[in-house]
Ligand binder design. Structure first.
Ligand SMILES: Cc1ncc(COP(=O)(O)O)c(C=O)c1O
Length: 325
């Protein structure tokens, strides 16, 4: 039981449900799609970051911190969930967000406000500089600050998805299925590093697949996090060729820019299954899965598990793009 070595705080409603998407699978003729509902983790609309925060804030609490600082894009899901976790624990949260205050607060920004987080806009400055300055300011106030890097993707944060892989292992047994692929959107890499280690530790058959939400080459980042999280747990695995498949084919015009296939995927899932995905991460990844299934990338009879990593508040910030009137 590797868990007992880490001071985790329970912040999530886990295990999250794992369900077959029956209507969607019928349309894909020969590929079965399942979904792990990590949008239902809890913490103000939920998402993958909640799992990382259990380990990260556990460490912070042990170190005596009661203030947390993190950073991200203006609509960062990670920042919103950090603010929610801080509220639940009675901590102070400082969010350093890229850009300037928007004319109207929407989506994750609005939720950050409801959660009582302090937002510091970078206003063109380097994010790391603003974070440094804020930490110095807080230290002067004698506050011990826990600093979480972008996306919570450190080896410790990646443990959240090692834990998720263990859940999948148990849920496979309960359902009597073995997945061929586990697909999730990829951003800062922690989710995939944890899943890959989980594949080896729990003997999952599935290949781990990442659909990128932005154009950077995240393969070296995942490799480094994979080594880091393995070391933390005290195990050593060689990554086999083909166990991790990464694609940047569905980024479209760029990070946070909604293209037609993404919009179609968001609407299609809503109509077929009554499930909402956001357009920045999960919508793009779903567009990728649907395209790959229809192209025959997944062999006939494949069972594909899609991890819904959350991000639903994004749709309110993309009102027009997702078809709002
Ligand atoms: C909704 C959502 N899905 C997926 C990701 C990517 O996860 P990771 O940063 O662990 O690669 C993020 C964060 O960047 C996210 O907000």
């Amino acid at each position: 039981m590797w868990q007992k070595n880490f001071p985790k705080i329970k912040l999530t409603s886990t295990p999250t449900p794992l369900e077959k998407l029956e209507r969607l699978s019928k349309d894909l003729k020969g590929v079965e799609i399942y979904m792990k509902r990590d949008d239902l983790t809890g913490l103000a609309f939920g998402g993958n970051k909640a799992r990382k925060l259990e380990f990260l804030l556990g460490e912070g609490q042990e170190k005596g911190c009661r203030t947390v600082i993190t950073q991200g894009g203006a609509q960062s899901n990670h920042a919103r969930m950090t603010a929610a976790a801080a509220a639940k624990l009675g901590w102070e949260a400082i969010l350093v967000l890229a850009g300037s205050p928007p004319p109207q607060e929407q989506g994750n920004i609005l939720i950050n406000r409801l959660l009582g987080a302090k937002i510091v806009w970078t206003e063109g400055e380097k994010r790391s500089e603003v974070v440094k300055r804020e930490i110095e300011r807080l230290n002067k106030e004698e506050k011990k600050v826990y600093n979480i890097p972008t996306g919570g993707s450190t080896p410790l944060g990646s443990l959240g998805y090692l834990q998720a892989a263990e859940e999948v292992f148990k849920q496979e047994k309960d359902l009597g299925v073995n997945f061929d692929y586990i697909v999730a959107p990829a951003g800062s890499g922690g989710t995939h590093a944890g899943l890959l280690l989980g594949k080896y530790m729990y003997g999952l058959k599935a290949k781990i697949m990442g659909v990128a939400a932005d154009d950077q080459d995240f393969s070296p980042v995942i490799d480094e996090l994979f080594r880091g999280v393995s070391e933390l747990v005290g195990v050593s695995y060689e990554r086999e060729e083909g166990d991790l498949i990464l694609t940047r084919d569905y980024v479209g015009p760029g990070y946070g820019e909604v293209d037609e296939p993404t919009l179609k995927a968001v609407k299609y899932l809503a109509l077929q299954e009554g499930i909402i995905v956001g357009p920045v991460y999960t919508g793009k990844a779903l567009a990728g899965v649907l395209d790959l299934a229809l192209k025959g990338f997944f062999p006939q009879g494949s069972k594909v598990l899609f991890i819904h990593t959350g991000g639903n508040p994004e749709i309110f910030a993309y009102n027009r793009e997702v078809g709002g009137q």
